[in-house]
Design a protein around this ligand. Structure first.
Ligand code: ADP
Ligand code: MG
Ligand code: ZN
Length: 476
């Protein structure tokens, strides 16, 4: 029997407002514990929350960018539960009437485009942070994060594989970052994901029992946790068992999910409309004003890159994964108008160097102007493409311009036919046996001779000329 997975994701994104959602406290990260707090976010009796307009503005941006319908009127609700990081005893969220619904985004996996529905987006406040002291039997709480604005983005159960889940998350994160409303940092928790997953035999149209996975703080974790959980559920069903509805935690060290709590222990939050907050009414004019200031979004940019630069869809997808990377590529193409060559260098050498040094494109040791200079040196025949790789590495480590490196290291390409012919003659004289083998029909040795000549010229000989001269001398 063939099975397929059904996946729906709940994503929490922390909004980059300066102040909290219902008070004027700063949202700045890393301040000493409990210094960004006030009576409102500490939940003192008798205080009143006041909604931060910027939070609504940012949420509308995301809702528009994900093709949602924006509710003319929405409501805040109290989600009641007890936990030491939640001083009020309830979290202000949205429940029956969220600000946005019925959206979608497109993802691309292995060249296939797919639409993933978004059920709803709502606003809510974050809770505080509990720190469990490893040396004493105590926990300490930092309320700086209490009241920091979040949006929750709930997907339809349209996702079928762990790869699609990864692609969907990357797409959401890219959109949030293009909009500059969330930094998307999964490790620091400003972009978090809970994954709901079930499996069913292919061809059936009802869903199986799902589990909810938590504790995944990277895209890889989400993909690995889902892949594991899909295998686990299939095995249970194949053994004639039943999947239990529960919340499971991903253990990245062991590479398994383990039960955290069952359905019986699930909370009943007793949601009800928050009487301290008026219904939120959004007029069309405000929405249109925001719509008119939206930037070019990842999908639009990708389509434009394919069209304007005639690069493959895969290249366009990688290059538009962040605005900064797309800007880098365009800045380089402006100076060296050969888009596919630029794309190859950016996707290969530039991204490779950034990964090795754990840097972002904004911190690239090779700015776009310098990369363009390097590409011009290849184009004009001053250096070969192979030497250019060495020069690039040197640019990364020393920060010097390419011309300086080429000069200092004497890397200018040898295009003097006589000099190359001398090197070829020497190689042939040194390898008499190989030459006679070659002449006896072992033509595969041609590559060996090319290699020897390149070695003798320390990689500087023009490869095309080496080939021509070798051929002439061996066959002449
Ligand atoms: P809850 O409020 O308990 O989290 P929801 O109905 O809001 O439940 O669903 C949460 C997420 O679970 C959504 O993303 C939804 O698409 C997904 N989902 C619902 N049913 C299933 C299922 N049977 N298998 C996989 N995902 C599911
Ligand atoms: Mg849930
Ligand atoms: Zn406060």
């Amino acid at each position: 029997m063939n099975y397929e997975a059904i996946i729906g994701l709940e994503v929490h994104a922390q909004l980059l407002t300066k102040t909290k959602i219902f008070c004027g406290c700063s949202t700045e990260f890393g301040a000493p514990p409990n210094t960004h707090t006030c009576a409102v976010c500490l939940g003192m009796p008798g205080v009143l929350p006041v909604l931060n307009r910027k939070v609504v503005d940012y949420t509308i941006r995301m809702a528009l960018a994900t093709n949602c319908t924006i509710a003319r009127e929405s409501r805040f609700a109290r989600k009641n539960y007890f936990y030491p990081d939640l001083p009020k005893g309830y979290q202000i969220s949205q429940y029956e009437l969220p600000i946005a619904e019925h959206g979608h985004v497109f993802i691309e996996v292995n060249g296939n485009r797919k639409r993933i529905g978004i059920t709803r987006i709502h606003m809510e406040e974050d809770a505080g942070k509990l720190i469990h002291d490893p040396y004493r039997p105590v926990s300490i709480v930092d309320f700086n994060r209490t009241g920091v604005p979040l949006i929750e983005i709930v997907s339809e159960p349209d996702i079928r594989t762990s790869e699609e889940a990864g692609a969907y998350l990357r797409q959401l994160r890219a959109i949030l970052r293009y909009l500059e409303i969330c930094d998307g940092n999964m490790e620091e928790g400003s972009f978090r994901c809970d994954a709901n997953v079930s499996v069913r035999p292919v061809g059936t149209d009802t869903f199986g029992t799902r589990t909810e996975l938590k504790n995944m703080n990277s895209f890889k974790h989400v993909e690995n946790a889902l892949a594991y959980e899909i295998r686990r559920q299939k095995a249970i069903i194949e053994d004639g068992g039943k999947v239990v509805q529960e919340t499971r935690l991903w253990d990245p060290d062991k590479g398994v999910t383990a039960s955290m709590r069952g359905k019986e222990e699930a909370h009943d939050y007793r949601y009800f409309p928050d009487p301290d907050l008026l219904p939120l009414v959004i007029d069309e004019g405000w929405v249109e004003e925001i719509r008119s200031t939206l930037p070019e979004l990842p999908d639009e940019k990708q389509a434009r890159f394919i069209e304007a630069y005639e690069i493959p869809s895969y290249d366009a997808q990688v290059l538009t994964s962040s605005r900064a990377l797309a800007d880098y590529f365009e800045a380089c193409v402006k100076r060296f108008p050969s888009p596919k060559t630029v794309s190859n260098w950016v996707m290969g050498s530039v991204l490779g160097a950034l990964k090795a040094e754990n840097k972002t494109i904004e911190e690239s040791p090779v700015p776009p102007e310098r990369l363009a200079e390097l590409l011009r040196l290849i184009d004009s025949g001053v250096i070969s493409g192979k030497i250019a790789k060495t020069v690039f590495d040197e640019m990364v480590s020393s920060g010097k311009p390419p011309e300086t490196i080429v000069q200092e290291k004497g890397l200018v390409q040898v295009t003097d036919a006589d000099a190359i012919a001398d090197a070829v003659k020497q190689v042939l004289a040194d390898h008499a046996k190989e030459v006679s083998d070659y002449k006896a029909g072992k033509t595969k040795l041609f590559g060996f001779f090319v290699g020897q000549v390149m070695k003798a010229t320390r990689g500087k000989a023009n490869p095309k000329m080496v080939n021509e001269i070798l051929k002439r001398m061996l066959e002449g």
